[in-house]
Structures are given as structure tokens and as C-alpha cells.
Design a protein around this ligand. Structure first.
Ligand code: ATP
Length: 346
């Protein structure tokens, strides 16, 4: 029994019934969450959904108004932020402008009273890991945005935390650099083998990077799952519409168009279009309203009754003219039933 227990990955962070109220606003509303050691875990949701507040509660910059938080199985209520084995990287980097790169990276070690020669050595290792060895004498103002972000990462990892909290760390970077840094972050997390908790509002970024994702809306978690499962089997209406593109059928449309009770979703790539008169005519009929070439695919918008259905077709699919009558078909197994969204009590 002992052996079985040690083989299961340990829980790095555990939240039970965590709530954070600001007056009447429940910024975080009854959150339960278990993040596993060594995991790249993302908190995904729109602005104001409570992600940053959860991160601040884990870091110890703020306290929950109810519920408990444990790090490595120990309650942290009474632990100040600097006594928690976590470190944070912010979107605005928060580098000290009057210190050069290596002094910035050494800062946390100085606070922890690490001897000077050891400090230098550890800081150099962290800078080399972030490919910043040549920049140690520069001030932050003499670096590009991407380089500053790498300094912030070096400064965060140099103290060897068990958990790294990252609050929209790539938010200030342009698209190209952002994609490059995503690869670096993923590599860094794999090489360090520590737990990353990553906050983003960008669903593509979360899907690309994460082992698992918690989807937030209104201070509540809608679903926690792997990227594949979130995409393939969204649990609620919110998740279906926030992660990827979905066709949502509310109860009335599900019954009328699909003959099914409840609320359902079908992904655009799981719909097949054929000409209306075709002998393989599908279960739905509609009118082509729009067709867009998006590289590898065409996105075709079809009016089915009073709702708009989005279909992803291969680039070499037959041309469809606007106003054309078409039929749509799908496999039963690609139709997903949705739960009602988790609603905030406040
Ligand atoms: P963003 O992506 O914009 O940072 P978020 O998902 O991280 O959004 P939070 O910053 O956690 O969201 O905010 C959640 C809610 O709590 C919002 O309604 C916000 O206005 C409120 N809130 C956060 N901090 C405070 C505060 N110090 N005082 C009052 N309300 C706050």
C-alpha cells in the first residue's frame, strides 16, 4: 500500500471551498481545485472571471474570505507569502529599473541570505538557461520586451521554487514573440519539472501549453480537464463557446432540429455539407450565407431555420455559392450534451 501511494503523483496545490469577496462581489466563489506536482496547469477565462485573484490567494498576496488552501498537503493560512515555496511572474515583469540584469536575478537570493559567490553562480546558471548570459550588465531599460520577460523568469526560477505562478506573462508581447515564448515556457517547465500555474484569457495559448486547464467564469470553475477533453467534450455552454468555435443548440432548437431533449453542441469540423438534392442528404437543411477561406480550410456559415451554423470544410471542398440550398449531416457521437453553466450565487 505504501508503494502505491508514493507512485501516485502528489498534490502540489489544493483549494477547498475557496471564496474571496470584495463587498458584494464574489471574485472567487466556492472554488475546489487540485493541482498535481510537475503539472503545467492553466486557469483560463475572460477578464474579471477571478483567475488573478485565485493566483494571488495561492501566492499569499491576499487571503480567502472562506475555504482552505494547502501547498504540498500543508495549510498555508498562517504562512506569509515569502514563506511559501512559490514564486510569481507578472505580466509587467516588475523588474527593478535601477539594478542591472544579474542584480535583478540575484535579488531573491540576497533576501534569502545566500552567500555572494554562490549567488553569482546561481544567477549565472539561471541567466544561461534563459539564454541571457551576454546581457548580465544591462539595465532592464536596455532590453527588448521578450528579454525582460526572460529576466523575470530567470529571477523567479533562481530560488528553485516548487511552484511557479505566471499571471499572463506573455500578455505584453506581440503575436510572433508570444508564440516563440510559449515554446520556451513549455521547455522550461519540462526541464525544471516543477509545477506551473499559468493564468491566461487566450484559449489557444492554454490549449497549446497545458497538461490541464480550469475554465473560469464569474468566479466559478466550469470544468477542469485536459486540452483534448475540453475541446472534444465541453461540459457546459460556457466552455463550449469559450474554447474553440461551437455550434450551440438550446433546448428548443435541439428538440426541433435534432429531435433531442436538452442542450447540445457540434463542432464545425464535425458537420458535413452536401447539395440539397443529393441522395445522401443529411438531417438538417439550410442556406449558405457566407464562405471564408482561412488557409487550410473554408469556414462556411449556413442559416438553418433561425440559427447560424458554422462548418469547417477542407480547402479543396466543392465551391458553394451564396444562397445555395444545402443539407448538413453529422455522426451521433459528435453531438455533445451540455450541462447548464455553473452559476454564481451572488
Ligand atoms: P483579468 O484577466 O482582467 O485580470 P481576472 O479573471 O484575473 O481578470 P480578477 O482580477 O481575479 O479577474 O477579478 C475578479 C473580480 O474581482 C472582478 O470583478 C474584479 O473587479 C474584482 N476584484 C478584484 N480585485 C479586487 C479588489 N481589490 N477590490 C475590489 N474588487 C476586486
Amino acid at each position: 500500500e505504501e508503494r502505491i501511494m508514493t507512485e501516485t503523483a502528489a498534490t502540489a496545490i489544493s483549494l477547498r471551498g475557496v471564496e474571496r469577496r470584495f463587498g458584494d462581489v464574489a471574485a472567487v466563489d466556492g472554488v475546489n481545485l487540485d493541482i498535481t506536482e510537475g503539472e503545467f496547469f492553466s486557469m483560463l477565462g475572460p477578464s474579471g472571471s477571478g483567475k488573478t485573484t485565485v493566483l494571488r490567494l495561492i501566492a499569499g498576496f491576499d487571503e480567502p474570505t472562506a475555504g482552505t488552501i494547502e501547498l504540498s498537503g500543508k495549510p498555508v493560512q498562517r504562512l506569509a507569502s515569502y514563506d511559501r515555496d512559490v514564486n510569481t511572474v507578472f505580466q509587467d515583469y516588475a523588474l527593478f529599473p535601477h539594478l542591472n540584469v544579474i542584480e535583478n536575478v540575484e535579488f531573491g537570493l540576497r533576501i534569502r541570505k545566500v552567500a555572494k559567490s554562490r549567488r553569482r553562480q546561481l544567477a549565472r546558471e539561471a541567466l544561461d538557461r534563459m539564454r541571457l548570459g551576454a546581457f548580465e550588465r544591462r539595465r532592464p531599460s536596455e532590453l527588448s520586451g521578450g528579454q525582460r520577460q526572460r529576466v523575470a523568469l530567470a529571477r523567479a526560477i533562481v530560488v528553485d521554487p516548487k511552484v511557479l505562478l505566471l499571471d499572463e506573462p506573455l500578455g505584453a508581447l506581440d503575436k510572433k514573440l508570444r508564440e516563440q515564448m510559449q515554446v520556451e515556457l513549455k521547455d522550461l517547465q519540462r526541464n525544471l519539472g516543477i509545477t506551473f500555474v499559468f493564468v491566461t484569457h487566450d484559449q489557444e495559448e492554454a490549449l497549446t501549453l497545458s497538461d490541464r486547464i480550469a475554465v473560469f467564469s464569474d468566479g466559478k470553475i466550469q470544468q477542469v480537464d485536459t486540452p483534448e477533453n475540453l475541446y472534444r467534450a465541453p461540459a457546459t455552454e460556457f466552455v463550449a463557446s469559450f474554447v474553440g468555435t461551437s455550434n450551440l443548440f438550446d433546448e428548443e432548437h435541439s428538440l426541433r432540429l435534432l429531435g433531442m431533449n436538452g442542450m447540445y453542441t457540434i463542432r464545425p469540423e464535425n458537420l458535413r455539407v452536401s447539395s440539397a438534392g443529393d441522395e445522401h442528404a443529411g438531417r438538417l437543411t439550410g442556406t449558405v450565407r457566407n464562405r471564408m477561406f482561412i488557409g487550410a480550410n473554408h469556414r462556411t456559415i449556413i442559416d438553418v431555420d433561425d440559427i447560424e451554423v458554422s462548418v469547417l470544410e477542407p480547402a479543396d471542398s466543392p465551391n458553394r455559392s451564396l444562397g445555395e440550398q444545402v443539407s448538413l449531416d453529422f455522426n451521433e457521437s459528435d453531438v455533445r450534451r451540455l450541462r447548464a453553466d455553473e452559476q454564481s450565487a451572488a
